[in-house]
Design a protein around this ligand. Structure first.
Ligand SMILES: [Mg+2]
Length: 247
């Protein structure tokens, strides 16, 4: 299950999310939260879910920052990002280097500026491999749609004329890690999310069934126009709960 726009908008819970998750847990359905947001450590996400009275452990969360660091495994990196990315790199033993790193990693960074853009581009020119956590163009917050990591990636991509290796949804890498973490077969898993451009194609690539919930970034019209067809499209958690009863 996705988080932004699916379970919460910033600090606010998406109506019905908590009840839906509790119902799943009662039925013995395991929920793994797979988020493209790379700036928040899993402990912070766990604590926020607990504040909604959703039982959650850090192991129930897989962030694009963790997936990026785990995928790279070793080496050195210069990163554009926040605390969640720094901690994930540290945990994997990837060293920080802003002179001649193996990788330039771009993720969600609310302090992004021209100096960081220039640094990232010059290191890519010097041969560092360009890696990006997730392509989301925006995310739905309490006060509307905020520009996402995709906007920052676009700046680095334009400045360096290099396309990044993408780790997060819609790419399959993060979902393969998720399936491994769950220890489940793709047939046993449903991918739930609010973004028809990321959550749904990631599920399709991984071979799981998919449920698009229209509580967040994607509209009904976008869902209808999209080449990525979810197994189910639901308006809200009431519809998703009804669906779960049927299958
Ligand atoms: Mg989302």
């Amino acid at each position: 299950m996705d988080l932004d726009g699916t379970v919460y908008y910033g600090k606010d819970e998406v109506p019905g999310a908590c009840d839906f998750i509790k119902t799943c847990q009662k039925k013995g359905i395991r929920i793994l939260y797979v988020t493209n947001r790379a700036n928040r450590p899993p402990e912070e996400i766990r604590d926020q879910l607990r504040s909604f009275k959703i039982p959650c452990e850090t192991d129930d969360v897989l962030t694009a920052a963790q997936a990026t660091a785990r995928y790279l495994k070793k080496g050195s990196a210069y990163y554009i990002g926040e605390e969640g990315m720094r901690l994930a790199l540290e945990e994997e033993g990837i060293t920080l280097n802003d002179v001649n790193p193996d990788y330039v990693i771009v993720s969600f960074d609310r302090e992004f500026n021209y100096a960081k853009l220039k640094k990232a581009c010059s290191l890519i020119f010097k041969g560092a491999k360009f890696v990006a956590s997730n392509p989301d163009r925006g995310l739905k917050m309490e006060d509307g749609i905020s520009p996402g990591t995709g906007a920052i990636i676009a700046a680095v991509e334009t400045g360096s004329a290099v396309k990044p290796l993408m780790i997060g949804k819609p790419e399959g890498i993060i979902f393969e890690m998720a399936l491994q973490k769950l220890g489940m077969n793709k047939n046993e898993v449903i991918a739930i999310g609010d973004n028809v451009d990321t959550d749904i194609p990631a599920g399709i690539t991984a071979g799981t069934r998919t449920a698009l919930i229209l509580t967040g970034i994607s509209t009904y019209e976008e869902a209808m126009r999209s080449p990525h067809k979810a197994t189910w499209t639901v308006r809200d958690f009431a519809e998703l709960s009804a669906l779960l009863e049927e299958i």
